[in-house]
Design a protein. Structure first.
Length: 134
C-alpha cells in the first residue's frame, strides 16, 4: 500500500505540476506520510495527502487549501483549512482541519512546520515538520 501511494504521488506530481512533500510528526499518534501541494492562484494553494500514524485510526487523508497571511522575518506564515478523515479499525471519523504553516522553517527553504488542530470525531492536536521534494 505504501509503495502504491508513493508511485501515485510521483505520477500525480508530474501530471499536475504539484510539489510532493514528506511530512512527519504528531497527528493522533506519531505520523509519517506524503502530501502534494499545487498553486492554483496567486494567493491560494491546494494541498492533499495521506499519512499513516500510530493512533487508534491508523490512516489519515486530507484535502484543503493554504492561504498566505504574513511573514515572520524570513519565514512566511500561511493559514491551512481543509477536510480530514481518519480511517481504520472498523471506524471512520470525518471533519475539518485548521492549521498555521510556517514555511522556510529554521531558514531552510524546503522545510516547513505545521501546527493546528483536526476536529474529526473529537479534537486532535497537529504538529508536523515537512520537507518539499523539488
Amino acid at each position: 500500500l505504501l509503495v502504491i501511494s508513493c508511485l501515485l504521488f510521483v505520477v500525480s506530481s508530474v501530471a499536475l505540476a504539484a510539489v510532493p512533500e514528506i511530512v512527519g510528526g504528531v497527528r493522533d499518534g506519531l505520523a509519517v506520510g506524503l502530501q502534494l501541494e499545487s498553486s492554483v492562484a496567486r494567493n491560494l494553494t491546494i494541498r492533499g495527502g495521506i499519512e499513516f500514524n500510530s493512533g487508534s485510526l491508523p490512516v489519515v487523508a486530507f484535502l484543503g487549501g493554504k492561504v498566505p497571511l504574513t511573514s515572520l522575518g524570513r519565514m512566511p506564515l500561511a493559514l491551512g483549512l481543509g477536510l480530514v478523515g481518519y480511517f481504520g479499525n472498523n471506524k471512520n471519523d470525518f471533519g475539518f482541519s485548521l492549521s498555521f504553516i510556517f514555511n522556510r522553517f529554521l531558514d531552510i527553504q524546503p522545510m516547513f512546520l505545521e501546527v493546528g488542530v483536526d476536529v474529526a470525531g473529537h479534537g486532535r492536536a497537529l504538529a508536523q515538520l515537512g520537507y518539499k521534494v523539488y
